[in-house]
Design a protein around this ligand. Structure first.
Ligand code: NAP
Length: 277
């Protein structure tokens, strides 16, 4: 079993340096995949209302046999539930589907600026944390400007911002802002959804230099940037491979060479314009 190291979030809680994405892990096969990942050593499991698999994640937590306090179960508020009261109700819905008495990390999934209710949701999340229904609160797909607004209006800094981040889109300016404000970066689609990234010569060369796979080289790059990647895999072999990135280190030049693959967002997900309900 792999032991995945942790960092401490700005609210004092412990947070894994790598987790499991669960988009499209559904049904009995989805439960099995998550149970298997926990058995391999994964402790951070990333779900969302909109992945329609909170029930499966809760089932996997119970079946895993791992102490509840060792796991970080993260879920996300969907755009259609933005607003103060709506957020309180949505969180209770997630808790019901998960069958848990606490969400460990609760994120606003998308800021949806044209709706402009994410600040109301943030105030509700602060309340949920005070009530103990949520342990840590954060956001996803927030820009520097959007983060600043939450901080300025409430005095509460998100613990995490989960954003698109991979070698084609390293997000250096946003990461610097996170570091300055004590916000942990989390990388979604860390393998760029297995696009041509894993066949890039730079990635292949770095992987060969360390005797690891291309996915491991990329995931190690995330770790060394100080971001928590959440690769999704339905398969035990790949889950094991993806978690096994703490026994080697890239040189600064290798990190820079992978970052130089930058070309921008891959899926048109600019949070100023892209909205999800
Ligand atoms: N906050 C947001 O807005 C947002 C948006 C997108 C995603 N997310 C989260 O981020 C997670 C990860 O992102 P993602 O699922 O889009 O993409 P990803 O993790 O970058 O890539 C997943 C794809 O790569 C394959 N794969 C995994 N490990 C591999 C390996 N070692 N070698 C070769 N192929 C491998 C998987 O296939 P197999 O399953 O067949 O192994 C799957 O097709 C999601 O599951 C979700 O939890 C959040």
């Amino acid at each position: 079993m792999t032991s995945i190291p942790t960092v401490t979030l700005n609210d004092g809680t412990s947070f894994p340096q790598l987790g499991l994405g669960t988009y499209e892990l559904r049904g009995a096969a989805g439960v099995d995949a998550v149970v298997g990942a926990i058995a391999l050593g994964y402790r951070l499991i990333d779900t969302a209302v909109n992945y329609e698999n909170e029930t499966e994640i809760g089932e996997a937590v119970r079946r895993s046999g791992v102490d509840r306090d060792e796991l970080t179960i993260a879920t996300k508020l969907p755009g259609r539930d933005h607003g103060f009261d709506e957020t309180l109700a949505s969180a209770r819905g997630s808790l019901d589907r998960l069958g848990l008495d606490r969400i460990d990390l609760y994120l606003i999934h998308w800021p949806n600026p044209s709706v402009d209710k994410s600040l109301d949701s943030w105030r509700a999340m602060i309340r949920l944390r005070e009530e103990g229904l949520v342990r840590s609160i954060g956001v996803s797909n927030f820009t520097e400007q959007m983060l600043s607004r939450l901080i300025d209006e409430t005095g509460v800094t998100p613990a995490v911002n989960q954003v698109e981040l991979h070698p084609y889109f390293p997000q250096s300016a946003l990461r610097a802002f996170h570091t300055a404000h004590g916000i942990r970066t989390e990388s979604w689609s860390p393998l760029a959804k297995r696009s041509e990234l894993l066949a890039e010569q730079t990635v292949t060369d770095v992987a060969a230099a360390h005797g690891v796979t291309e996915s491991q080289a990329v995931l190690r790059w995330h770790v060394q940037l100080g971001s928590t990647p959440i690769p999704k895999s339905a398969h035990t072999g790949r889950q094991r491979e993806n978690a096994d990135v703490f026994g080697f280190a890239l040189t600064d030049d290798e990190v820079a060479a992978i970052s130089a693959l930058e070309r921008g967002r891959l899926w048109d997900g600019d949070p100023n314009t892209h909205e999800e309900m």
